[in-house]
Design a protein around this ligand. Sequence first.
Ligand SMILES: NC(=O)c1ccc[n+]([C@@H]2O[C@H](COP(=O)([O-])OP(=O)(O)OC[C@H]3O[C@@H](n4cnc5c(N)ncnc54)[C@H](O)[C@@H]3O)[C@@H](O)[C@H]2O)c1
Ligand SMILES: N[C@H](CO)Cc1c[nH]c[nH+]1
Ligand SMILES: [Zn+2]
Length: 432
Amino acid sequence: MIRIMQAGDPALENIMNRHMAGKEAAAAIVAEIIKTVREQGDRALCAYTADFDQVKLTPGQLKVIPEEIEEAYGLVEKTTLESICLARDNIASFHRKQLEKSWFAPSDNGVILGQLVRPLARAGIYVPGGTAVLFSSVLMNAIPAMVAGVKEIVMVTPPGKDGKLNPYTLVAAAEAGVTEIYKAGGAQAIAALAYGTETIKPVDKITGPGNIYVTLAKQQVYGQVGIDMLAGPSEVLVVADETADASYVAADLLSQAEHDVLASAVLLTPVESLAEKVREEVARQTELLPRRDIVTRSLTDYSAIVITRDLAQAVQMANRFAPEHLELMVKEPFNLLCQITNAGAVFLGSYSPEPVGDYWAGPNHVLPTGGTARFYSPLSVDTFIKKSSIISYTREALEQAGGHIADMAVKEGLDAHANAIRIRLEGKGENQ
Ligand SMILES: NC(=O)c1ccc[n+]([C@@H]2O[C@H](COP(=O)([O-])OP(=O)(O)OC[C@H]3O[C@@H](n4cnc5c(N)ncnc54)[C@H](O)[C@@H]3O)[C@@H](O)[C@H]2O)c1
Ligand SMILES: N[C@H](CO)Cc1c[nH]c[nH+]1
Ligand SMILES: [Zn+2]
């Protein structure tokens, strides 16, 4: 169960470095899976699906057909479909604000510079489906891709034991503009998206969250394709003061602990009485949860309640953790926000619990984990675009700059570079 410790406790390092636990062994398994899918295509994809998901599929059954989506619409509850559509609208409206336009900057001397913004042609999105069916992740991946203008949005997700995809996953995909869906999960699905198989055409970039195998697979195929980030097992870190409600804090810690045995939930507080109450509440609320086995393991291995000297130390530690989700349950959360440098998403005040971000508010829930919020950002429209620089010079503009360019090229020992300038300015070109 969750421990109370002091800020200097060495056990905190284990929690902070939990993404390294078992990484080497898992990385070797993942490398083997990727190699086999590259060599054997659909045959390997189906064999791994049989092994890991206990489902026997033929290559012809990997792709979801329109009748399966139609059937799914008949199976979902109307009220949940309505919630999915409302969440979709919130997510789309938030992400539309991120759209960037191409720009051109002409100047008086005949130079035009600029930047073309283009969507990726084909994006592969991973939707987790191992221990829970995260159909909200369909929306979070597909909507920014659709807003960016990606034409081919290819979704992969593990099938259920009946060989089918969950109907909520299918309707969310249809509502969010996914264009192809395949029943495959884990490292094998990532390999198929990166290298292609007989059934799945390779994509340009792979996005989406997943467990350790999915995350390591994305890391290993990076370079063959683009990836969004390392969005592994979930984390929440709460910074709380004496104004925080212990039952809210406990509930929010548990909301992320239930994702995975490798998930992490940490409270940093200078208030010892709150720490004790939160521990009791965590124990009480855990007993009521259907997923208490997963929760208990993540609380025992990768979670803690930490007593800090003061709030300043809590903030300093939060920045070192660089958590996926940071909740500020303090009297003046916006004052503390100014001091936050590393976090995937920040939730302010007692009425912004993490699940508001998971399902509803609009910002993306696909977020960097394992300390990678130091250098990665949330999934966004930016993830699905790329930019090309534009340079256009006239002869007059080149005459002004040519001497400098040729000189720099010569000093680098690159005469052919210098010649590409001189041939235009010294009248030796064919058309001059
Ligand atoms: N960071 C984020 O933004 C974010 C968002 C949502 C979910 N998550 C995380 O996504 C993860 C979802 O995990 P999940 O397991 O439920 O679903 P998943 O779809 O990521 O993984 C399931 C797949 O893992 C593979 N697998 C399982 N055991 C294996 C083994 N021993 N060897 C090789 N492959 C194996 C199987 O192929 C299986 O289909 C959780 O860790 C959750 O915390 C993160
Ligand atoms: N909290 C997860 C990201 O770490 C996202 C999610 C989806 N569904 C529920 N939660
Ligand atoms: Zn969640």
